[in-house]
Design a protein around this ligand. Structure first.
Ligand code: HEC
Ligand code: HEC
Ligand code: HEC
Ligand code: HEC
Ligand code: HEC
Ligand code: HEC
Ligand code: HEC
Ligand code: HEC
Length: 637
């Protein structure tokens, strides 16, 4: 079926006729809703969603670019200027000299914005030089981290490529359309920014039906109402860190049919009590909260159209915690907060939604609604909200006050949960039974069951853990099934486990099918549903070195080193300093008899990244084997 999207380079947000997708319907564009939904339109048009991406605009961007300014960064002098009407950033690109780059688009709204420049091959790249609109200052989004041309994370590299890294969350109806043969993009989008149909799905048929049936009393057959249970996942499609499993988000479909979700695991993107550490957005912390379990949604606090809070200050929380909502504990503000009602110390969100700053400038509120617990700071170095504000006071000071004010209420099940998870992360098997309990216990919610399953993977050789994980494969929640599958990977040589996994290649939810296909990769039947889904996922991410690396690992598991080599060559070309990629590349070359080349690569890697031991270890291994194979035999004459 034909794709009738307009090319992105000339979409201005004004003309939206005949935008078509092959299976999800046709987009009409937000402008077309205005006639009939004026109120929603007005709220939305001023929202950060509407402005999530836009063309450069004289009114909005003049202040950042004029008068010309120069900035010294990482030993280079960059200029920001308007030249013959063109907005430019003068910086180091792929060439060795400074060049002017035409800034075509802006991404983000407040407090910071970033700038996009078109490159050959349908690419768009995001500059590292960024602008703080609140303090009217240019700054560098990586801070002091210096990245060089040719590196993955340099602004000209694949890590800062708009088509693969930014576009889908900041726009509506985006398709990447990467062409591997030419290493180029034919990306399309329905509308720049997060428009009405990013959340409601394509609605051209609705617009047409409404105009054809004015004042109709029969219900509109073209409109599918958002299922309440799917709304949080819809918001989550952009407000979380995920791996895409399909090429586009389908509003109303199951979240897990479309994404692998990053959750609390040993990678330390979260603290063990669920607080955000890396840039984790809001969805995951929210689904880890008790409030989500009790049925609270994003819309209880945010108007979806303005994206602003529906009430200000403590009123937002007291609407329910003042006694108005079933099961919500009733809070007496003065007694509960122990702070003067006139200062920010009594703000509910100060203690329950502590702030972390990302991208150098953007403060984000934790959506896990955790309890401030300085004792966990003392024991496990998990930050607590009290000392985030009272940063001159010690942890013990805060412990004393929380004890005095809240007494035994501080001894919550969530505190022990954090302790067990931290212990499991450090490999302490004494908490095995607690983690099995967490996996099996339903009252903390599926999120924590899934976290427990993941953490148990390290002990999947013990019978009790295996039994619990095998039960996890049958759980009704797809995230728990997925994590149980992953956790069984290290026991994949066990025929019983392989047999238990096999049927899940046809699991109803895609995240599970792909996880199983990956886990069974060495012996995977390529004609199964899970295998098709896995290959589709790889193909989607074909422009990224990580996907090339995963492809290679898949082929290596299937004893196809020559085929794997092609993928590793791409991975190392696109991300030349990653130790895992270079080491895998060298090992495969060695396996294919190209030992000299392998050794050269590893020596280069040692020089490029002297602080990483990885290349040296592989080099030692290869040299040892090499010397052994070529050593003179004992009875040589
Ligand atoms: C010609 C007028 C008209 C246009 C144009 C129009 N709508 Fe509607 N829309 C309506 C009417 C009338 C209803 C109520 C229909 C019903 O409940 O059967 C409605 C219902 C809806 C609903 C469902 C509301 C609910 O109660 O759940 C959504 C969502 C919606 N429209 C979104 C949009 C979007 C997005 C656009 C633009 C792409 C759009 N509409 C364009 C007239 C219009
Ligand atoms: C298509 C992706 C997408 C979807 C779906 C989406 N958002 Fe967003 N949201 C964004 C992006 C991107 C931003 C940042 C906009 C900017 O400043 O550039 C954002 C910003 C926000 C903000 C901050 C607004 C502000 O004024 O600071 C809130 C709140 C928010 N979204 C809530 C929601 C909720 C609630 C939902 C679901 C009803 C939702 N979002 C769905 C992409 C999305
Ligand atoms: C997974 C979806 C997603 C991707 C991918 C993504 N963003 Fe965002 N971005 C968001 C959301 C959601 C927000 C709103 C902040 C929040 O959720 O806390 C945001 C906020 C921003 C902001 C700050 C605007 C503000 O709120 O002040 C900028 C700038 C930004 N993104 C730029 C980028 C760039 C550049 C890329 C690609 C390198 C990118 N984003 C990739 C979802 C995404
Ligand atoms: C960030 C996601 C998001 C965006 C963007 C968005 N909506 Fe909505 N909209 C929602 C959600 C969520 C609901 C609530 C649905 C429910 O409660 O069943 C909603 C409700 C509605 C409703 C029914 C209730 C009401 O408020 O009238 C209409 C009509 C509607 N939206 C139209 C629009 C139009 C028109 C636009 C663009 C101008 C738009 N929406 C943009 C998420 C969004
Ligand atoms: C729509 C109603 C609603 C709103 C609005 C609401 N809450 Fe809640 N909240 C609940 C319910 C229900 C629970 C009880 C969950 C449970 O224990 O099963 C809860 C529980 C909590 C908890 C206990 C968490 C734990 O681990 O024990 C905290 C803390 C909390 N809310 C803080 C807030 C804050 C802060 C706000 C405002 C930003 C807020 N709530 C707004 C309904 C709400
Ligand atoms: C100074 C820090 C602080 C502030 C401000 C604060 N809380 Fe709390 N909150 C705590 C602590 C500590 C606990 C755990 C001890 C307890 O339950 O008494 C807690 C527990 C809770 C609980 C769980 C109660 C239960 O019975 O399980 C809810 C609900 C809650 N807070 C809501 C709120 C709301 C609503 C506000 C704003 C009016 C607020 N909190 C302001 C520190 C604070
Ligand atoms: C219980 C209330 C509550 C719920 C539920 C809630 N939020 Fe928020 N959210 C807030 C508050 C309060 C802020 C801080 C607003 C401010 O200070 O301007 C916030 C801020 C945000 C921001 C701006 C960045 C930041 O962290 O300050 C985004 C984006 C956001 N929320 C998205 C979401 C999404 C998506 C969901 C659902 C997955 C959600 N929120 C659920 C209360 C809530
Ligand atoms: C959002 C910031 C914020 C948070 C979070 C916060 N406070 Fe405060 N706190 C204040 C402010 C503001 C005051 C009043 C000014 C002052 O006296 O320092 C204050 C005053 C106090 C005081 C009295 C003055 C003093 O320094 O002896 C104590 C004790 C205190 N807080 C303890 C705590 C404890 C314990 C927690 C965590 C449960 C906590 N605060 C969380 C901001 C905060």
């Amino acid at each position: 079926m034909a794709l009738l999207f307009m090319g992105i380079s000339n979409s201005t947000g004004a003309e939206f006729s005949n935008l078509e997708t092959n299976k999800l319907g046709v987009y009409a564009g937000s402008e077309s809703c205005r006639d009939c939904h004026q109120t929603d339109y007005d709220l939305w048009s001023h929202s950060h969603h509407a402005l999530a991406e836009r063309p450069v605009d004289a009114k909005l961007d003049q202040a950042a670019f004029a008068p010309t300014q120069t900035i010294l960064h990482a030993g280079q002098t960059n200029a920001i200027r308007i030249q013959n009407g063109e907005y430019q950033i003068v910086t180091l690109g792929l060439e060795s000299n400074m060049q002017p780059f035409h800034v075509e688009r802006v991404i983000g709204r407040e407090p910071l914005i970033q700038f996009i420049t078109p490159f050959p091959g349908g690419r768009y790249q995001v500059h590292e030089a960024s602008y703080d609109i609140v303090s009217n200052q240019w700054f560098y989004v990586y801070g002091d981290d210096i990245r060089n041309p040719g590196e993955y994370g340099h602004w000209t590299g694949r890590g800062m490529n708009w088509n693969s890294q930014c576009a889908e969350c900041h726009n509506t109806g985006f398709r990447k359309n990467y062409d591997a043969a030419t290493d180029s993009y034919h990306s399309t989008l329905a509308e720049m920014g997060v428009g009405c149909e990013a959340c409601h799905g394509p609605l051209k048929s609705h617009v047409e039906w409404q105009y054809a049936h004015p004042k109709s009393t029969t219900p509109d057959p073209t409109i599918s109402h958002l299922q309440p249970s799917r709304i949080v996942g819809m918001c989550g499609s952009c407000h979380s860190r995920t791996t895409d499993l399909t090429d586009h988000f389908e509003v109303g479909a199951s979240f897990y049919d479309q994404y692998w979700l990053d959750i609390l695991d040993s990678s330390e993107e979260w603290y063990p009590d669920g607080q955000i550490k890396d840039e984790d957005y809001e969805f995951v912390s929210f689904i880890s909260s008790k409030m989500y379990q009790a049925g609270v949604t994003c819309l209880d606090c945010h108007n979806p159209h303005s994206a602003k809070n529906s009430f200000t200050g403590n009123q937002l929380c007291m609407r329910c915690h003042g006694g108005g909502f079933p099961k919500a504990p009733v809070i007496n503000i003065a007694q509960h907060t122990h702070h003067e009602l006139t200062d920010h110390g009594s703000d509910c969100i100060g203690c329950h939604m502590p702030v972390t700053v990302y991208m150098q400038r953007q403060p984000r509120h934790d959506h896990g609604f955790t309890i401030p617990d300085p004792l966990l700071t003392k024991e496990l170095n998990i930050p607590n909200a009290c000392n985030r504000c009272h940063d001159k006071q010690t942890t013990d000071w805060a412990i004393n006050y929380t004890k005095q004010w809240y007494g035994t209420n501080m001894d919550r099940s969530t505190r022990n949960r954090a302790r067990w998870i931290a212990a499991a992360q450090s490999g302490d098997q004494r908490v095995e039974n607690h983690m099995i309990g967490l996996l099996e216990e339903t009252n903390q919610g599926p999120y924590w069951q899934a976290v427990a399953a993941g953490a148990l993977g390290q002990w999947s050789d013990t019978q009790a853990v295996q039994d619990a994980l095998l039960k996890g494969l049958k759980n009704k929640h797809p995230l728990i099934r997925e994590q149980s599958v992953r956790a069984l990977e290290s026991s994949i040589n066990d025929t019983n486990i392989r047999a238990a996994l096999q049927p899940l290649l046809h699991d109803p939810t895609r995240n599970v099918r792909i996880a199983v296909a990956w886990t069974l990769r060495a012996s995977l039947d390529l004609q199964t549903r899970g295998s098709f889904d896995l290959q589709h996922m790889f193909a989607l991410e074909d422009d990224q070195p990580v996907a090339q690396f995963q492809w290679a690992n898949f082929l290596l598991a299937r004893q196809q080193p020559a085929e794997a080599l092609n993928h590793l060559e791409k991975a190392t070309l696109w991300d030349p300093i990653s130790p895992p990629f270079q080491c895998a590349h060298a090992e495969v070359l060695d396996q294919l008899g190209q030992t000299d080349k392998a050794i050269t690569i590893l020596k280069q890697e040692e020089q490029a990244l002297p602080q990483s031991q990885e290349a040296s270890n592989v080099l030692a291994k290869i040299l040892e084997r090499h010397n052994r194979d070529h050593a003179p035999t004992g009875n040589a004459q």
